[in-house]
Design a protein around this ligand. Structure first.
Ligand SMILES: [Fe+2]
Ligand SMILES: [Fe+2]
Length: 471
């Protein structure tokens, strides 16, 4: 059964109607979610938005597009199709059938993994709450809201698992997911990057490029889980997530394109005067968002993650495409490490280096964006090249957090860092300039000065389509 039942109060493809207790519990969580959405979701008043809604989880034609009033969006519970022959791909239980229920001994760990993932979803909606006020076009405004409603749906995805499989403790965690808030002093979100502000649209594009991409890799490891409902949930979330990263990738493309245009038009690097974002500012935004996103991969060595792997809770990225024994009992991996003020590699058991393994996959994916943006500059005849800063740069988590490391990877004393940090990360002037560009453009077909229009619209619609009707 893959088709989604929209006749229910909570659209779903999990036959929710057959479990009255679960249905009632989720129906009592629903109004709390809607209250949270009103209070913490998009602040800009709108009549309706051209959104996609999932209608199926199969390969084709899974989404329907149409104008919807945001609070009436049909958030629901959608799991990918079940594969009845699926077996565990890694760890001690490799080759055994996957689990349809939570084994008692893994209950606490699985619940924790789901809560941490679930906490990031509403956090990003909160971080992006004010952005509608300064959208560079109706097309961008629509993309923001699409990302927001889908992050809201990802919260539903995790809350469903908590309610359906973790009893009373799960229901309590589901409540807490609406109580913590991004940046709150008393009850912040669990992970640091999700308590940072997303104050402007350059940050939003960077966030959807770098931070949503972290989400892709985390979901990729949970998709491998032996707990089949978690795996199927994450598989469908990944499908939605692809759009969020498209928003980020093409968003940064369009800023770079526009900056290159202004540079050529006025024959100057000083595009700030002409309403653009200078290349070195873009680089600083890359440095910031990339480094805070690296923190999301956790400590460089982790026995927790080794245990999750051995137990079958969380696999590696593309586990089944790896050509080793999928147990790693004697395997060795090398990870970067600092000795004195020298960066070296050290060898450790591969199981405890799994965070670095995932981080490395992420880093090579991120470098594709940099190549793309450099190709835009090269096509415009500009020699400047963007780069990803060193993995140890500006880190708050893990072995590098004890050191100050430049984007080039040099370990420097604190005083040198303090003197140079404004060259590495967006400083007050950079932020003020970007903020000054954030003037809303709500006329169909028009766009702000600092960003190029997209190459194509959404679902075959033109750029000047009325993607959003403001209130
Ligand atoms: Fe998400
Ligand atoms: Fe996302």
């Amino acid at each position: 059964m893959t088709t989604i039942d929209y006749s229910e109060r909570i659209p779903n493809n999990v036959d929710l109607a057959s479990d009255r207790r679960l249905q009632r519990a989720l129906e009592s969580w629903q109004p709390k979610f809607l209250d949270w959405w009103q209070e913490m979701g998009p602040a800009l008043p709108t009549q309706d938005v051209y959104l996609r809604t999932a209608v199926d989880v199969g390969r084709e034609g899974w989404a329907h597009f149409g104008h919807v009033a945001l609070p009436e969006y049909r958030w629901g519970i959608f799991l990918s199709e079940r594969n009845p022959d699926r077996t565990i791909a890694f760890g001690d239980h490799k080759g055994e059938p996957v689990w349809q229920q939570v084994p008692g001994e893994h209950r606490a760990d699985l619940q924790r993994l789901i809560v941490i993932q679930g906490d990031t979803e509403p956090a990003s909606v909160e971080q992006q709450r004010q952005l509608g006020m300064t959208a560079p076009s109706l097309y961008d405004l629509r993309n923001l809201f699409q990302v927001n409603v889908e992050e809201g749906r990802h919260l539903w995805a995790m809350v469903y698992l908590l309610h359906a499989y973790f009893g009373r403790a799960g229901r309590e965690e589901a409540e807490q997911l609406l109580m913590r808030n991004s940046g709150s002093d008393d009850a912040p979100r669990i992970l640091g990057a999700f308590n940072e502000e997303t104050p402007d649209w350059l940050s939003f594009y960077m966030f959807t490029y770098f931070t949503d991409r972290d989400g892709k890799y985390q979901l990729g490891t949970l998709k491998e889980s032996a707990f089949d409902p978690l795996s199927r949930t994450c598989e469908f979330m990944l499908k939605e997530e692809a759009h969020h990263m498209m928003v980020g990738t093409t968003g940064v493309d369009r800023v770079v394109t526009r900056t290159a245009e202004i540079m050529r038009e006025h024959d100057t690097d000083d595009v700030a005067r002409h309403g653009g974002v200078p290349l070195e500012m873009i680089q600083k935004y890359i440095n910031f968002h990339y480094s805070v996103s690296l923190d999301l991969f956790g400590g460089d060595t982790s026995t927790n993650v080794a245990n999750y792997y051995t137990a079958g809770l969380k696999g590696r990225w593309m586990e089944e495409r790896r050509s080793d024994d999928h147990q790693l009992r004697d395997a060795i991996a090398s990870i970067p490490f600092i000795e004195g003020d020298r960066l070296i590699e050290k060898e450790i058991p591969a199981l405890t280096a799994l965070n670095v393994d995932l981080r490395n996959e992420y880093i090579s994916d991120c470098s594709n964006g940099v190549k793309r943006w450099n190709a835009i500059l090269a096509d415009a005849g500009i020699d400047t090249k963007f780069s990803l800063p060193h993995v140890g740069f500006n880190r708050q988590v893990g072995t590098f957090s004890q050191h100050r490391i430049t984007p080039e990877g040099k370990v420097v004393p604190q005083e040198e860092w303090d003197a140079r940090v404004g060259d590495y990360l967006p400083n007050a002037d950079d932020k003020a300039h970007v903020a000054s560009l954030m003037q809303p453009v709500y006329e169909p077909g028009k766009i702000a000065s600092w960003v190029a229009p997209p190459r194509s619209g959404i679902n075959g619609q033109p750029f000047d389509y009325e993607y959003v009707h403001l209130a």
